[in-house]
Design a protein around this ligand. Sequence first.
Ligand SMILES: Cc1ncc(COP(=O)(O)O)c(C=O)c1O
Length: 385
Amino acid sequence: MNKIVYFDNAATSYPKPEEVYRAVDHFQREIGASPGRSAHRLAVAAGRVVLDARERLARLFGVGNSSRVVLTPNCTEALNLAIKGSLRAGDHVVCSSVEHNSVMRPLRRLAADGVVELTVVPCSPEGRLSPAVVQKQLRPNTRLVVVTQASNVLGTIQPVAEIGKITRKRGILLLVDAAQSAGCIPIDLPASGIDLLAFSGHKGLLGPSGTGGLVIGEDVDLLSLKEGGTGSRSQHEIQPLHLPDRYESGTLNGPGIAGLSAALAWLEAQGVAALMRRLRELTAALLGELAAVPGVTVYGPRDPKKQTAVVSFTMAGKDVAAVAATLDQRFGILTRAGLHCAPSAHKTIGTLRRTGGTVRASLGPFNTTEQVRYFGACLRQLSGK
Ligand SMILES: Cc1ncc(COP(=O)(O)O)c(C=O)c1O
């Protein structure tokens, strides 16, 4: 058993495949140049690395045109670009009650400024969003529906394709927050009616921190959030309109993108569907362990087929932060306690004020059944029963 048991993969995945560390190091030492800026051999090599990553991402999400994949420093920036780039004064927007603050805060800000009207659709106690309820909330001026594909608190997987059918029929944009689903479950943009897909590169995709992106559907036109140098059409003082340059001003994170590309190659070799099956087995084992601990309440679907490998729980009579701290200090198990930047999700399941959140265990492809069993044994010891 390793000394550290890392169960915080929903925040960022760790460890990464060995190839990721090697690709970052190789980029830093052997390439180093800025992609898309100069014409010398190292700049060309850096540009090739970025293009490879973009093409792998397009393949992963079933997108034909890789220039529609815009690289960002994280999922938060991608969500802000999608939300602020698409909404105009007088628009109505719908989201679920389990959204992360990366969705909730930009929407609340636009609503508070009087730019848009916002409807937050309540999810079930397991965190599920009903497509029929979403449909009932649509108005003639609804421009955008935002849904997190997998909750970062409960793991609940939303019926995105069903919602996509509804939004497509009404000509409404569907933005999916894939921070917790990309790399964990197969995603096919066109088949699911998704217009905009925001993702983190550093979670389930197993890339380095500082990576993420937004896939922009063929018919979708967004305003840019930032303008600046792109290395293209430099004679113009006006931002170029072609993608991805329109949304990628400023020097890209070359080493991070090199690492992300290596992670994507690793994911392709393993197959996301195979990894999902492995994570389901681990999730089943984790749910089994938690069920055997006296005083533990588990939130969410409690079904590995209906959730990702993210499980939230509380222990009767114990403070969530104290549980996480003890797991770390006494047992070397790293979890996260609190609201996980999603207070509305905790309101939905009744853990906002009552318990101050939950303890969240989130698994990745490098966790083992042995670690999950050890976690269960430590919790049983903690419960004192
Ligand atoms: C559901 C969800 N959306 C968005 C984000 C933001 O991702 P990033 O840290 O890459 O900006 C997170 C991160 O935890 C998340 O879990």
